[in-house]
Design a protein around this ligand. Structure first.
Ligand SMILES: C[S@@+](CC[C@H](N)C(=O)[O-])C[C@H]1O[C@@H](n2cnc3c(N)ncnc32)[C@H](O)[C@@H]1O
Length: 244
């Protein structure tokens, strides 16, 4: 199933009000780690899968990329991305990631931030990425961490006073659909184990070059509500790899 939750007006408005939507990359808790994993952009042809408001697309161009293609299923997200973009070297395409079918060797780098947990088959996406990425090309992505997606509801267990007691991890080895609650709305996400993410990458012909379970940047801990609790369990998994 290809879900397009970000075109739902209520969800879109709530997402647009998040710190990371208003402030961009500097408002994203994992950015200080992800940016260290990104290779040199100079003269590269870049593909951003699930580009949303296009923050990473613009970062790529500002850092010397030759061209960027941003793919997203949501027209609302892309409309805002276009409004925020001045460069003519960024092209936005409205389509599901599951349907990408670019010619061989179209890109030198593929990036994706927090989109693959909306996709059922990681293996299928990897084959499509492998096809369009040049040999030796970089593939860097973030997803919600399997510890975060396993149980499904994506919320803490609370005590009687409403304090978070612990994060539930359950059904870890049962991969597939989860009805998650994100921003108070029901959203379908797909849980995959850490083994699946890493082994699928290796099987698809990628060499893993880095792995980070990011903690929030120090300066966000006391300025963004709820950030301190992000030190209690991993929320994201960041992976850098290279096509062999
Ligand atoms: C959490 S947002 C991340 C946006 C952006 N990458 C960022 O980090 O700022 C997830 C994005 O993935 C997009 N998305 C979700 N499922 C998708 C799919 N099947 N195909 C294409 N885009 C998808 C959503 O529309 C949304 O823009």
């Amino acid at each position: 199933m290809k879900q397009n939750k970000y075109d739902d007006s209520i969800f879109f408005d709530k997402y647009s009000n998040m710190e990371r939507s208003k402030k961009g990359l500097e408002g994203a808790g994992e950015w200080h780690e992800l940016k260290k994993m990104l290779p040199e952009f100079k003269d590269k042809r870049v593909l951003d899968l699930g580009c949303g408001f296009g923050w990473h697309c613009r970062f790529a161009i500002e850092n010397g990329a030759k061209s960027v293609v941003g793919v997203d299923i949501s027209q609302k997200m892309l409309k805002e991305a276009k409004n925020k973009t001045k460069s003519e070297d960024i092209q936005y395409i409205c389509m599901p990631i599951e349907d990408i079918n670019f010619p061989d060797n179209s890109f030198d780098m593929v990036i994706s931030s927090l989109a693959f947990h909306y996709i059922e088959s990681f293996q299928d996406i990897l084959n499509r990425i492998n096809k369009c990425l040049s040999s030796g090309g970089d593939f860097v992505f973030s997803v919600e961490h399997p510890v975060f997606t396993a149980q499904g509801t994506q919320d803490w267990y609370y005590d009687n006073q409403g304090n978070p007691l612990h994060w539930p991890v359950d059904k870890y080895f049962t991969e597939g659909t989860r009805k998650a609650v994100f921003l108070g709305e029901e959203v379908i996400k797909y849980h995959k184990t850490l083994t699946t993410y890493l082994n699928d990458l290796i099987k698809a012909g990628f060499e893993i070059t880095g792995l980070v379970e990011p903690k929030p940047a120090e300066d966000l801990l006391y300025t963004v509500p709820g950030m301190l609790d992000e030190l209690r369990r991993p929320m994201m998994l960041l992976v850098s790899s290279r096509k062999k």
